[in-house]
Each structure stands twice: as structure tokens, then as C-alpha cells.
Write a protein that binds this ligand. Structure first.
Ligand SMILES: [Zn+2]
Length: 394
């Protein structure tokens, strides 16, 4: 063997035993062991060729342990899941390190400009005028971080971004069932400027260029609209404020108006949300400004009124919901929010959870890949990687 560290000859030393854990239990085998005198390091090339992990797991068990670590509510629950479903007992720490190693590998591959699976041409759904429409989204979510020595540290923002092809609204496909959502997600403790090329690459890989209309759905979070404008800079890019977010402002306002009466709050919220959907942001804001508010407002109501006023005021240009709906475009109220919740929130924001930055970043990658359309997860594990040019904008 030539030594991978110094390229000098490393002589055969002996056949040595190795014990690994596989899906069918513990396996023992003998393999050739080489030794480099110059580096003082031993090597067993078979282990590498067979894909044995640094924690001595077989590739199939690594894949299953990562799945359990990624989808379980915690790594301890992941270890339980693995035992329940695979009959293999690994420690919580092994499930955690394995999952995080894999997440780190996914991140490194993306960073090298690789995309999983062959290029695709998604069959973009059509809007009311028969134009094909592609959607992108980005959102931020907080994660609690662990500082040195287990102390709590400043929370870091994880970004979740995606390109997706949602089924058109019911009235555009009468009697037809909705196709399942196709989506590709990215998530991690990235800066927005780092996420841009990664998302463009995914978008290029699924043929976003071929869509007639591009819609960018985000909430009012800092920098998100600009992120979409910069990275998907068609002159006619449609930017929409995800309906879920202004609606949740209205729900909070209704609760502040009727703090003691849940029923009245729900009815008021529904009325305002209908107004927002049917008349748009500007009319809703005008109606709220002219509302017959109680003469003596609680501090909570005053605060929420101010919040609504500034949130709506800043986003009116992308709250023209009746027009978007007439075009047959999706106004959100689901995909962004559920992406954030399911990709990152559900797993990283569990009660009492704190994360090191590297661990959170790694786990975000495992979950984003697993939540992406069928085939993505498998393409990573079966090493179907495609070198993709950074997306050419047009
Ligand atoms: Zn050497």
C-alpha cells in the first residue's frame, strides 16, 4: 500500500480483526492491516472501501441511525426508534455523532457545488392564464445555542429556503386531486448571502428557468425579500408576503381586543383575515385605522395595534392577495411556515434543547434533505451526485 499521508510504501503487517455493528448485529472479520513506519500510522484499506464509519458502523446502519437521529424527537428517542425498528442498540451519543457526521458531509457536498441526483425538469403547474409558475421561499427560525461549558449562549438564526411546485388552488383543477407538493429544502446556520448560490443551484437543477412566472414567498423577516430579489432577479419577479404571517398578526390583534373571550377573538380574527384575503393589505389597514377601538385601550392592545400598523405599512406592496388569487397563485399560509416548522423547528426547538453551532448546522442539513422530494435522500446515500453550474440568472 502507499501511505495516504506520506505516499511512501506502507508494508503489510498482519491480518487483524475488526468488529463492526451492522443491521443484522455485530460482525467480526479479519482484514489486511498495513503499517507506515515513517508516519507511525496503521491503515486498513478494506474498512474504507466497505464504507465503515469512524464509529464502526456499516453503511446501511449509518443510514438508518442518521434517519432515526434526524426524525426522532431527540437523539435518545432516535436510539430507541432504531432499536424498535431495526433491533439494533446504539448509544444516544453514537446516534448523535453519526447523524452530525452525515449532516456535515451533506453540507460539504453542497459547498462543493454538488446536487443530489440527476438534473430534472419539474412539470410546473399552471396559473389562471395558463402560465407555468415556480415558487421560492426563505424563512428564518431561532435555535437556542449552547455556549462553552454548557452555558446558554445567544441564539443563532437558522435559515430554511426552498424551491417548490405546489398544486394550484382547487378552482383551477376542478374535480382533480391536488398533486403532492414537490419541494427541495436547504437549511443551516448560514448567512443569507451564503444561502443564495445554494438555493439557485437547487432551482436550476429542477428547471426553474423554464417556468413563465417566478413567485417568491417570504414573511416580513429582515432581509428575506431582498434575498429573493437579488437571487431571482427577473424584472417581473412576484414577491408575496406569505399570508400566514399577516393573518397571525390579525389573530393576535383580535386576542388583544378580546382577551377574556376566545370565541369573540376567533370570530373577529376570521372576519379580518377574510377582509385581508378578499380586499388586500391596504384596505385592511385602512379599515383597522378607522376601527371603533375602545376609548381605553389595554397596553397589550396598543402594542399590537402598533405592531400591525408597522408590519402592514412596510409590506403593502406584497399584500395584494385578491390579485394573486385571481391569477391562481398560491399565497402561502402553509408551505413556508410548515417548511420552517417541519425542517427545523420541530426537531431543533424541542423543550429544553440547546445546540452547538456545528451540531445544529449538521442536523439542519439532514432534515432538509430528508424533507425534500422523494429521491433526494436516496441519491445522497447512493452517491448519485451531480456537479451543477451555479444557476445562470435570466
Ligand atoms: Zn506515511
Amino acid at each position: 500500500m502507499s501511505c495516504p499521508h506520506c505516499q511512501q510504501a506502507a508494508g503489510y503487517h498482519a491480518d487483524r480483526p475488526r468488529t463492526v455493528v451492522s443491521l443484522v448485529g455485530t460482525l467480526r472479520y479479519q482484514r489486511c492491516y498495513y503499517y507506515c513506519r515513517r508516519c507511525g500510522q496503521g491503515l486498513a484499506p478494506f474498512d474504507h472501501q466497505a464504507g465503515i464509519t469512524p464509529r464502526h458502523l456499516t453503511p446501511a446502519l449509518e443510514r438508518l441511525a442518521t434517519l432515526a437521529g434526524g426524525v426522532g424527537d431527540s437523539f435518545a428517542r432516535g436510539a430507541d426508534l432504531l432499536q424498535e425498528m431495526g433491533g439494533v442498540r446504539l448509544s444516544e451519543a453514537t446516534v448523535q455523532r453519526t447523524t452530525e457526521d452525515v449532516g456535515g458531509r451533506i453540507a460539504a457536498l453542497l459547498d462543493q457545488g454538488l446536487v443530489f441526483g440527476p438534473p430534472q425538469a419539474w412539470d410546473w403547474h399552471r396559473d389562471a392564464r395558463g402560465r407555468t409558475v415556480a415558487y421560492v421561499t426563505a424563512d428564518a427560525t431561532g435555535t437556542r445555542q449552547q455556549g462553552p461549558g454548557g452555558t446558554s449562549a445567544e441564539g443563532r438564526m437558522a435559515y430554511v429556503a426552498g424551491v417548490y411546485n405546489p398544486a394550484p388552488p382547487d378552482w383551477l383543477r376542478p374535480g382533480q386531486p391536488a398533486d403532492p407538493l414537490r419541494a427541495r429544502y436547504l437549511a443551516g446556520l448560514y448567512e443569507l448571502k451564503e444561502l443564495g448560490p445554494l438555493l439557485r443551484r437547487q432551482a436550476g437543477h429542477v428547471g426553474m428557468d423554464a417556468a413563465d412566472v417566478w413567485v417568491a414567498l417570504t414573511d416580513g423577516g429582515s432581509g428575506l425579500e431582498g434575498f429573493c430579489q437579488q437571487n431571482f432577479n427577473r424584472a417581473d419577479l412576484v414577491v408575496i408576503l406569505d399570508f400566514y404571517h399577516p393573518a397571525s398578526y390579525l389573530e393576535q390583534l383580535a386576542r388583544a381586543l378580546h382577551p377574556q373571550d376566545e370565541g369573540a377573538a376567533a370570530a373577529q380574527a376570521e372576519q379580518w383575515c377574510r377582509l385581508l384575503k378578499e380586499e388586500g393589505g391596504a384596505t385592511t389597514l385602512a379599515v383597522l385605522r378607522a376601527w371603533d377601538w375602545p376609548a381605553r385601550k389595554s397596553a397589550a392592545l396598543r402594542a399590537q395595534l402598533e405592531a400591525v400598523d408597522s408590519y402592514f405599512g412596510n409590506n403593502l406592496h406584497r399584500m395584494e392577495y385578491p390579485e394573486y388569487e385571481a391569477e391562481g397563485w398560491c399565497i402561502g399560509s402553509g408551505v413556508v411556515e410548515s417548511a420552517c416548522k417541519t425542517v427545523v423547528g420541530q426537531r431543533l426547538k424541542g423543550a429544553g434543547m440547546r445546540w452547538g453551532a456545528a451540531g445544529a448546522h449538521a442536523l439542519c442539513h439532514v432534515r432538509a434533505l430528508y424533507r425534500s422530494e422523494p429521491g433526494q435522500w436516496d441519491a445522497f446515500w447512493t452517491r448519485k451526485l451531480t456537479k451543477s453550474k451555479v444557476y445562470q440568472l435570466n
